[in-house]
Design a protein around this ligand. Structure first.
Ligand SMILES: NC(=O)c1ccc[n+]([C@@H]2O[C@H](COP(=O)([O-])OP(=O)(O)OC[C@H]3O[C@@H](n4cnc5c(N)ncnc54)[C@H](OP(=O)(O)O)[C@@H]3O)[C@@H](O)[C@H]2O)c1
Length: 276
Protein backbone atom coordinates (compact mmCIF):
# COMPACT_ATOMS: atom_id res chain seq x y z
CA UNK A 1 0.00 0.00 0.00
CA UNK A 2 1.15 3.51 -0.74
CA UNK A 3 0.30 6.51 1.45
CA UNK A 4 1.44 9.04 -1.15
CA UNK A 5 -1.44 11.46 -1.82
CA UNK A 6 -2.73 12.13 -5.32
CA UNK A 7 -3.76 15.37 -6.94
CA UNK A 8 -6.46 15.55 -9.61
CA UNK A 9 -5.39 16.93 -12.98
CA UNK A 10 -7.60 19.18 -15.14
CA UNK A 11 -8.99 16.15 -17.01
CA UNK A 12 -9.90 14.24 -13.84
CA UNK A 13 -6.87 11.93 -13.89
CA UNK A 14 -5.26 11.33 -10.50
CA UNK A 15 -1.49 11.81 -10.30
CA UNK A 16 0.67 10.87 -7.27
CA UNK A 17 2.12 13.99 -5.69
CA UNK A 18 5.55 12.39 -5.20
CA UNK A 19 7.51 10.29 -7.69
CA UNK A 20 10.99 9.07 -8.50
CA UNK A 21 12.92 10.91 -11.22
CA UNK A 22 15.43 8.85 -13.19
CA UNK A 23 17.55 11.42 -15.04
CA UNK A 24 21.20 10.28 -14.91
CA UNK A 25 20.27 6.81 -13.69
CA UNK A 26 22.38 4.68 -16.04
CA UNK A 27 20.39 2.36 -18.35
CA UNK A 28 21.76 -0.76 -16.68
CA UNK A 29 20.73 0.50 -13.23
CA UNK A 30 17.30 1.83 -14.17
CA UNK A 31 15.38 -1.44 -13.66
CA UNK A 32 16.73 -1.90 -10.12
CA UNK A 33 16.23 1.77 -9.32
CA UNK A 34 12.61 1.76 -10.45
CA UNK A 35 11.95 -1.54 -8.70
CA UNK A 36 13.40 -0.11 -5.47
CA UNK A 37 11.20 2.98 -5.78
CA UNK A 38 8.05 0.95 -6.43
CA UNK A 39 8.87 -1.43 -3.55
CA UNK A 40 9.19 1.66 -1.31
CA UNK A 41 5.70 2.81 -2.28
CA UNK A 42 6.35 5.15 -5.21
CA UNK A 43 3.85 4.87 -8.06
CA UNK A 44 4.99 7.78 -10.26
CA UNK A 45 8.16 7.36 -12.34
CA UNK A 46 9.52 10.27 -14.40
CA UNK A 47 11.68 9.37 -17.39
CA UNK A 48 12.34 10.87 -20.85
CA UNK A 49 13.59 9.67 -24.21
CA UNK A 50 16.81 11.67 -23.72
CA UNK A 51 17.59 9.85 -20.44
CA UNK A 52 18.22 6.72 -22.55
CA UNK A 53 16.89 4.50 -19.79
CA UNK A 54 13.28 3.90 -20.85
CA UNK A 55 13.94 0.19 -21.49
CA UNK A 56 15.28 -0.22 -17.96
CA UNK A 57 12.33 1.71 -16.54
CA UNK A 58 9.92 -0.65 -18.32
CA UNK A 59 11.85 -3.63 -17.00
CA UNK A 60 11.62 -2.25 -13.45
CA UNK A 61 7.87 -1.78 -13.85
CA UNK A 62 7.46 -5.41 -14.94
CA UNK A 63 9.72 -6.71 -12.17
CA UNK A 64 7.64 -4.87 -9.56
CA UNK A 65 4.77 -7.24 -10.34
CA UNK A 66 2.23 -4.45 -9.79
CA UNK A 67 -0.71 -4.13 -12.17
CA UNK A 68 0.07 -1.48 -14.79
CA UNK A 69 -2.94 0.63 -13.80
CA UNK A 70 -1.52 1.18 -10.29
CA UNK A 71 1.48 2.98 -11.75
CA UNK A 72 1.85 6.43 -13.27
CA UNK A 73 4.54 6.57 -15.95
CA UNK A 74 5.72 9.84 -17.48
CA UNK A 75 8.02 10.25 -20.48
CA UNK A 76 9.00 13.24 -22.61
CA UNK A 77 9.35 14.20 -26.24
CA UNK A 78 12.96 15.15 -26.97
CA UNK A 79 13.72 18.41 -28.78
CA UNK A 80 14.99 16.88 -32.02
CA UNK A 81 11.70 14.97 -32.34
CA UNK A 82 9.48 18.04 -32.36
CA UNK A 83 7.07 18.48 -35.30
CA UNK A 84 3.74 16.75 -35.97
CA UNK A 85 4.81 13.45 -37.55
CA UNK A 86 8.05 13.22 -35.60
CA UNK A 87 6.13 13.58 -32.32
CA UNK A 88 3.85 10.64 -33.13
CA UNK A 89 6.83 8.53 -34.12
CA UNK A 90 8.87 9.49 -31.03
CA UNK A 91 5.93 8.64 -28.77
CA UNK A 92 5.62 5.20 -30.37
CA UNK A 93 9.35 4.61 -29.95
CA UNK A 94 9.18 5.57 -26.26
CA UNK A 95 6.29 3.14 -25.71
CA UNK A 96 8.22 0.47 -27.54
CA UNK A 97 11.34 0.95 -25.43
CA UNK A 98 9.27 1.01 -22.24
CA UNK A 99 7.35 -2.09 -23.38
CA UNK A 100 4.07 -0.39 -22.42
CA UNK A 101 0.89 0.11 -24.40
CA UNK A 102 0.04 3.51 -22.97
CA UNK A 103 1.66 6.34 -21.00
CA UNK A 104 0.01 8.16 -18.12
CA UNK A 105 1.65 11.47 -19.01
CA UNK A 106 3.64 12.62 -22.03
CA UNK A 107 5.40 15.99 -21.94
CA UNK A 108 7.05 18.26 -24.52
CA UNK A 109 10.50 18.44 -22.89
CA UNK A 110 11.44 22.03 -23.86
CA UNK A 111 9.59 24.70 -25.85
CA UNK A 112 12.59 25.73 -27.98
CA UNK A 113 10.82 28.86 -29.27
CA UNK A 114 13.71 29.56 -31.69
CA UNK A 115 12.61 26.55 -33.81
CA UNK A 116 8.91 27.38 -33.57
CA UNK A 117 7.65 23.78 -33.68
CA UNK A 118 6.03 23.40 -30.28
CA UNK A 119 2.53 24.28 -31.51
CA UNK A 120 2.52 21.56 -34.17
CA UNK A 121 4.10 19.15 -31.68
CA UNK A 122 1.29 19.95 -29.27
CA UNK A 123 -1.31 19.19 -31.97
CA UNK A 124 0.25 15.73 -32.35
CA UNK A 125 0.13 15.32 -28.55
CA UNK A 126 -3.58 16.21 -28.71
CA UNK A 127 -4.11 13.47 -31.27
CA UNK A 128 -2.32 10.89 -29.09
CA UNK A 129 -4.48 11.99 -26.18
CA UNK A 130 -7.73 11.79 -28.13
CA UNK A 131 -6.78 8.33 -29.37
CA UNK A 132 -6.40 7.23 -25.75
CA UNK A 133 -2.74 6.31 -26.07
CA UNK A 134 -1.78 8.66 -23.25
CA UNK A 135 -3.99 9.54 -20.29
CA UNK A 136 -2.78 13.13 -19.96
CA UNK A 137 -0.54 15.46 -21.96
CA UNK A 138 1.58 18.28 -20.69
CA UNK A 139 4.66 20.39 -21.16
CA UNK A 140 7.97 21.00 -19.46
CA UNK A 141 9.96 24.20 -19.12
CA UNK A 142 7.14 26.31 -20.59
CA UNK A 143 7.03 29.97 -19.62
CA UNK A 144 3.67 31.80 -19.53
CA UNK A 145 4.31 33.22 -23.03
CA UNK A 146 4.67 29.70 -24.47
CA UNK A 147 1.54 28.56 -22.69
CA UNK A 148 -0.33 31.58 -24.03
CA UNK A 149 0.51 30.48 -27.55
CA UNK A 150 -0.85 27.01 -26.93
CA UNK A 151 -4.00 28.58 -25.48
CA UNK A 152 -4.45 30.68 -28.63
CA UNK A 153 -3.77 27.96 -31.22
CA UNK A 154 -4.71 24.63 -29.61
CA UNK A 155 -7.66 22.86 -27.97
CA UNK A 156 -6.37 20.89 -24.99
CA UNK A 157 -4.99 22.79 -21.99
CA UNK A 158 -1.79 21.08 -20.75
CA UNK A 159 -2.46 19.03 -17.63
CA UNK A 160 1.04 19.58 -16.22
CA UNK A 161 3.96 22.01 -16.58
CA UNK A 162 7.16 20.47 -15.23
CA UNK A 163 9.74 23.18 -14.46
CA UNK A 164 12.94 23.67 -12.51
CA UNK A 165 11.72 24.53 -9.02
CA UNK A 166 13.44 24.47 -5.62
CA UNK A 167 13.97 26.92 -2.74
CA UNK A 168 16.55 28.89 -4.78
CA UNK A 169 14.14 29.23 -7.73
CA UNK A 170 10.55 29.26 -6.53
CA UNK A 171 9.00 30.17 -9.91
CA UNK A 172 6.26 32.36 -8.43
CA UNK A 173 5.20 33.71 -11.82
CA UNK A 174 5.00 30.32 -13.55
CA UNK A 175 3.15 28.83 -10.59
CA UNK A 176 0.63 31.68 -10.59
CA UNK A 177 0.00 31.33 -14.34
CA UNK A 178 -0.32 27.53 -14.10
CA UNK A 179 -2.68 27.79 -11.15
CA UNK A 180 -4.89 30.34 -12.86
CA UNK A 181 -5.21 28.12 -15.94
CA UNK A 182 -5.75 24.76 -14.23
CA UNK A 183 -2.26 23.48 -15.05
CA UNK A 184 -0.50 21.43 -12.37
CA UNK A 185 3.07 22.58 -11.70
CA UNK A 186 5.63 19.81 -11.18
CA UNK A 187 9.09 20.50 -9.70
CA UNK A 188 12.21 19.19 -11.38
CA UNK A 189 15.56 19.23 -9.54
CA UNK A 190 13.61 19.76 -6.32
CA UNK A 191 16.69 19.13 -4.15
CA UNK A 192 19.85 19.89 -6.10
CA UNK A 193 19.73 23.65 -5.57
CA UNK A 194 20.02 23.25 -1.79
CA UNK A 195 21.11 19.73 -0.90
CA UNK A 196 24.84 19.96 -1.62
CA UNK A 197 25.24 23.07 0.51
CA UNK A 198 22.29 23.11 2.90
CA UNK A 199 21.34 26.66 3.99
CA UNK A 200 21.21 27.22 7.79
CA UNK A 201 17.45 27.81 7.81
CA UNK A 202 16.86 24.34 6.37
CA UNK A 203 19.35 22.83 8.83
CA UNK A 204 17.43 24.47 11.67
CA UNK A 205 14.06 23.25 10.39
CA UNK A 206 15.44 19.72 10.06
CA UNK A 207 16.31 19.84 13.77
CA UNK A 208 12.93 21.39 14.66
CA UNK A 209 10.89 18.72 12.85
CA UNK A 210 13.24 15.76 13.51
CA UNK A 211 13.60 15.25 9.77
CA UNK A 212 16.46 15.43 7.29
CA UNK A 213 17.12 18.55 5.18
CA UNK A 214 15.91 16.67 2.07
CA UNK A 215 12.66 15.74 3.81
CA UNK A 216 12.09 19.36 4.87
CA UNK A 217 12.64 20.59 1.31
CA UNK A 218 10.39 17.91 -0.23
CA UNK A 219 7.69 18.69 2.33
CA UNK A 220 7.90 22.36 1.28
CA UNK A 221 7.14 21.32 -2.32
CA UNK A 222 4.19 19.22 -1.14
CA UNK A 223 2.73 22.06 0.94
CA UNK A 224 3.00 24.43 -2.03
CA UNK A 225 0.71 22.00 -3.86
CA UNK A 226 3.38 20.86 -6.31
CA UNK A 227 4.06 17.42 -7.73
CA UNK A 228 7.67 16.57 -6.89
CA UNK A 229 10.05 14.02 -8.42
CA UNK A 230 13.34 13.73 -6.49
CA UNK A 231 15.94 11.33 -7.82
CA UNK A 232 18.18 9.10 -5.78
CA UNK A 233 20.36 6.19 -6.77
CA UNK A 234 20.38 4.89 -3.18
CA UNK A 235 17.69 2.73 -1.62
CA UNK A 236 17.91 4.38 1.81
CA UNK A 237 17.43 7.84 0.29
CA UNK A 238 14.60 6.63 -1.94
CA UNK A 239 12.88 5.60 1.29
CA UNK A 240 13.89 8.77 3.11
CA UNK A 241 12.48 10.96 0.35
CA UNK A 242 9.05 9.36 0.57
CA UNK A 243 8.86 9.58 4.35
CA UNK A 244 7.42 13.09 4.33
CA UNK A 245 3.72 12.57 4.99
CA UNK A 246 3.83 12.36 8.79
CA UNK A 247 4.66 15.98 9.56
CA UNK A 248 3.62 19.47 8.52
CA UNK A 249 5.67 22.65 8.25
CA UNK A 250 4.20 25.74 9.89
CA UNK A 251 3.15 28.44 7.42
CA UNK A 252 5.97 30.70 8.65
CA UNK A 253 8.50 27.96 7.96
CA UNK A 254 7.16 27.47 4.43
CA UNK A 255 7.64 31.22 3.92
CA UNK A 256 11.17 31.09 5.37
CA UNK A 257 12.15 28.41 2.85
CA UNK A 258 10.57 30.35 -0.02
CA UNK A 259 12.60 33.38 1.06
CA UNK A 260 15.77 31.52 -0.01
CA UNK A 261 14.89 32.32 -3.63
CA UNK A 262 17.80 34.07 -5.31
CA UNK A 263 16.89 33.24 -8.90
CA UNK A 264 19.50 30.48 -8.83
CA UNK A 265 18.83 28.44 -11.94
CA UNK A 266 20.68 25.12 -12.33
CA UNK A 267 19.53 24.42 -15.86
CA UNK A 268 19.11 26.45 -19.02
CA UNK A 269 16.54 29.21 -19.46
CA UNK A 270 13.59 27.92 -21.52
CA UNK A 271 13.72 30.90 -23.88
CA UNK A 272 17.29 30.21 -24.93
CA UNK A 273 17.73 26.45 -24.51
CA UNK A 274 18.45 25.30 -28.06
CA UNK A 275 20.14 21.91 -27.57
CA UNK A 276 18.71 19.26 -29.85
N1 LIG B 1 12.01 18.39 -17.48
C1 LIG B 1 13.28 18.67 -17.36
O1 LIG B 1 13.85 19.43 -18.15
C2 LIG B 1 14.06 18.05 -16.26
C3 LIG B 1 15.36 18.50 -15.97
C4 LIG B 1 16.04 17.92 -14.89
C5 LIG B 1 15.43 16.94 -14.13
N2 LIG B 1 14.16 16.50 -14.46
C6 LIG B 1 13.48 15.42 -13.68
O2 LIG B 1 13.52 15.76 -12.29
C7 LIG B 1 14.14 14.70 -11.55
C8 LIG B 1 14.82 15.23 -10.31
O3 LIG B 1 15.77 16.21 -10.63
P1 LIG B 1 17.36 15.94 -10.54
O4 LIG B 1 17.60 14.53 -10.87
O5 LIG B 1 18.02 16.98 -11.35
O6 LIG B 1 17.78 16.32 -9.07
P2 LIG B 1 17.25 16.24 -7.56
O7 LIG B 1 16.22 15.18 -7.38
O8 LIG B 1 16.93 17.62 -7.17
O9 LIG B 1 18.60 15.83 -6.82
C9 LIG B 1 19.27 14.63 -7.09
C10 LIG B 1 20.58 14.65 -6.32
O10 LIG B 1 20.29 14.74 -4.93
C11 LIG B 1 20.84 13.63 -4.24
N3 LIG B 1 19.85 13.20 -3.24
C12 LIG B 1 18.64 12.60 -3.45
N4 LIG B 1 18.01 12.38 -2.31
C13 LIG B 1 18.81 12.86 -1.32
C14 LIG B 1 18.69 12.90 0.09
N5 LIG B 1 17.63 12.41 0.71
N6 LIG B 1 19.72 13.48 0.79
C15 LIG B 1 20.82 13.97 0.16
N7 LIG B 1 20.98 13.95 -1.17
C16 LIG B 1 19.98 13.40 -1.91
C17 LIG B 1 21.10 12.56 -5.28
O11 LIG B 1 22.24 11.81 -4.97
P3 LIG B 1 22.19 10.18 -4.79
O12 LIG B 1 21.71 9.61 -6.11
O13 LIG B 1 23.59 9.83 -4.47
O14 LIG B 1 21.23 9.91 -3.67
C18 LIG B 1 21.38 13.40 -6.53
O15 LIG B 1 22.74 13.79 -6.56
C19 LIG B 1 15.07 14.07 -12.59
O16 LIG B 1 15.55 12.80 -12.21
C20 LIG B 1 14.18 14.07 -13.80
O17 LIG B 1 13.24 13.00 -13.74
C21 LIG B 1 13.47 17.05 -15.49
Amino acid sequence: MSDIPSITLNNGLKMPQLGQGVWRIPPEEAADNVRAAIDSGYRLIDTAAIYRNEAGVGEGVRRSGLPREELFITSKLWNSDQGYDATIKAFEMSLDRLGLDYLDLYLIHWPQPMFDTYVESWKAMERLYKEGRVRAIGVSNFEPAHLERLAADCEVVPAVNQVELHPRLTQAEVRAYDHEHGIQTESWSPLRGVIEDVPPVIQELAVKYHKTPAQVVLRWHIQLGLVVIPRSSRRERIRENRDIFDFELDAADVRAISALDNGGRLGAHPDTMDRR
